[in-house]
Design a protein around this ligand. Structure first.
Ligand code: NAD
Length: 504
């Protein structure tokens, strides 16, 4: 593989690239080669405070800008992102490891939220009630909450930040984004394109860093709302500390997504769906399928036989090879963690049917690669079933009945996504109605809501009262105000005019 130059990154504050001054730098890796591809400044408390101050200063003018003007800047931003999409996808794949089509998909799904946000004049329209009492009218409207913060994970470097800031900005808020320190460049590129699109300086800022930067954001009295997407232990912390400091918080967290296979399902369709949803993006998706629940022994056997060769045949490698289906894991530490789970599964007594631990990738000997792994006969008491692994490790949990499958899902601590594959409408209807999960698919393995619906799980997959984007996003980034007016001086003597019977 070609030698990569090491880029030096920056913060993006007040419409400018800002050199880090904390004296602390982090390494950003190319996971396909194991080499450092960028150096990242890790913000100090003072640098974070500066970004918040800038966002606060920019707030009054931006909040008073007519929504249509705000929307037009987002329209221009969308055009600029599309013009630069290949460059952005390259950077994303270099830092994350996912294939180029996956990176483009990441960006495209994010841009759909921008498209949604450009409709903000309509979305902010309030309700008006005339004559709620004699000459008293009442109306409601939604106003921005203030300085909003986004704290985002590594696995969707474009889509997850784009779930947040387009709607926050469209609603009239200003924003400070703290992207994942593992994949920071995409956010910096997007920040620059926002400035090129005409966004006033200070309305959108990026600070890079880790816990110190996050804590400074969470505890600042000038931050009104925090959107977090990441792991459950960190999300719980963010939710607790943010709420203690009086902020509105939404924290979208970890997952263990089940796919139920009924005996009548189309097995070819099921296997295709599992390969894409369990191993795509190396299983590092919060909506990845990590547990498959075949109903009945015969279903389990047929599924297993078809799955094994497909998993063994997965083409694994670097994003630079266009034929690759699955890239590396994000870091050496994460690779060790995921491999550790494979060891645990073996110790727990599950049957390791496909073992990806010995995968060889030509030219990627130092890369963080793991081949697809498949466990059969996994029991609901095992750690590999209970805990989020976040890698290409799939568990088959065999059950004897549909009711047993639903019960498994309903008692699991996570509630992000679940899917059922069946041709039976009655069964599908019962599943969607009863399952204790936020996002449900029928013959759709990854039921990710589109931008104008809202994305969010249940149980320990989401802390807070709002899902993200769609109408819930508009509600999260605005405060409801209701105004009641009495005007006794106007229109004295004038009456309602009704047409007479002969008038048209
Ligand atoms: P992570 O929790 O390690 O990091 C997320 C963010 O929190 C990063 O910006 C990171 O810098 C920050 N952070 C990490 N540790 C912190 C700490 N101790 N204190 C304060 N901030 C801290 O998550 P990740 O590994 O980047 O992403 C993977 C996780 O994200 C998985 O659990 C996945 O399920 C989850 N995820 C959830 C969704 C969803 O919508 N529910 C979507 C994508 C990813």
């Amino acid at each position: 593989m070609a030698h990569q130059t090491i880029r030096t990154l920056y913060h993006y504050i007040n419409g400018e690239k800002v050199v880090g001054r904390s004296g602390r730098m982090g390494d950003v890796y190319n996971p396909a080669t194991g080499d450092v591809c960028a150096k990242l400044p890790l913000a100090s408390k003072a640098e974070v405070a500066q970004a918040i101050q800038v966002a606060r200063d920019a707030l009054p003018a931006w909040a008073s800008t007519p929504p249509l003007q705000r929307a037009r800047i987002l329209m221009k931003f969308r055009e600029l992102v599309l013009q630069h999409q290949d460059e952005i996808a390259q950077t994303m794949s270099q830092e994350h490891g996912k294939t180029l089509p996956d990176s483009l998909g990441d960006l495209t799904r994010g841009l759909e939220v921008v498209e949604f946000a450009t409709g903000i004049p309509h979305l902010l329209k309030g309700d008006f009630c005339e004559n709620v009492a004699n000459v008293v009218d009442s109306y409601s409207l939604r106003q921005p909450v203030g300085v909003c913060v986004g704290i985002t994970p590594f696995n969707f470097p474009a889509m997850v930040p784009l779930w947040m800031f387009p709607i926050a900005l469209a609603c009239g808020n200003t924003f400070v984004l703290k992207p994942s320190e593992k994949v920071p460049t995409t956010s910096l590129l997007l920040a620059d394109l926002l400035t090129q699109a005409g966004l006033p300086h200070g309305v959108f800022n990026v600070v890079n860093g880790e816990k110190e930067a996050v804590d400074a954001l969470l505890t600042s009295p000038d931050v009104a709302a925090v959107s977090f997407v990441g792991s459950t232990p960190v999300g719980e912390y963010i939710y607790r500390v943010g709420c203690e400091h009086g902020k509105r918080v939404q924290a979208l967290c970890g997952a263990k997504n089940h796919l139920v296979v009924m005996p009548d399902a189309d097995m070819n369709q099921v296997v295709d769906a599992i390969i894409g949803s369990a191993y795509g993006s190396a299983g590092e998706r919060c909506m990845a399928i990590s547990v498959v629940v075949p109903v009945g022994e015969e279903t389990a056997q047929r599924l297993r036989e078809q799955l094994i060769p497909r998993i063994q045949g997965l083409k694994i490698g670097a994003y630079t090879d266009k034929t690759v289906e699955m890239g590396p894991l994000i870091t050496a530490q994460h690779l060790q963690k995921v491999k550790g789970y494979v060891d645990i599964g073996v110790q727990e007594g599950a049957e390791l049917v496909v073992d990806g631990r010995g995968v060889q990738v030509a030219g990627g000997e130092k890369g963080f690669f793991l081949g697809g792994c498949l466990f059969d006969h996994v029991k609901p008491t095992m750690r590999i079933y209970l805990e989020e692994i976040f890698g290409p490790v799939l568990s088959l949990v065999r059950v004897n009945s549909y009711a047993e499958a639903v019960q498994l899902i309903n008692v699991h601590e996570y509630g992000n996504g679940a899917a059922i594959f069946t041709r039976d409408g009655d069964c599908a209807r019962n599943f969607t109605h009863t399952v204790n999960i936020g996002m449900v698919g029928v013959n759709v393995p990854i039921p990710v809501p589109v931008a104008y619906n809202s994305f969010g799980g249940w149980k320990r997959s989401l802390f807070g009262d709002h899902s993200i984007h769609g109408a819930e996003g508009v509600h999260f980034y605005t405060r409801l105000k209701t105004i009641t007016t009495r005007w006794t001086t106007g229109l004295r003597g004038a009456q309602f005019h009704f047409k007479g019977g002969s008038e048209h």
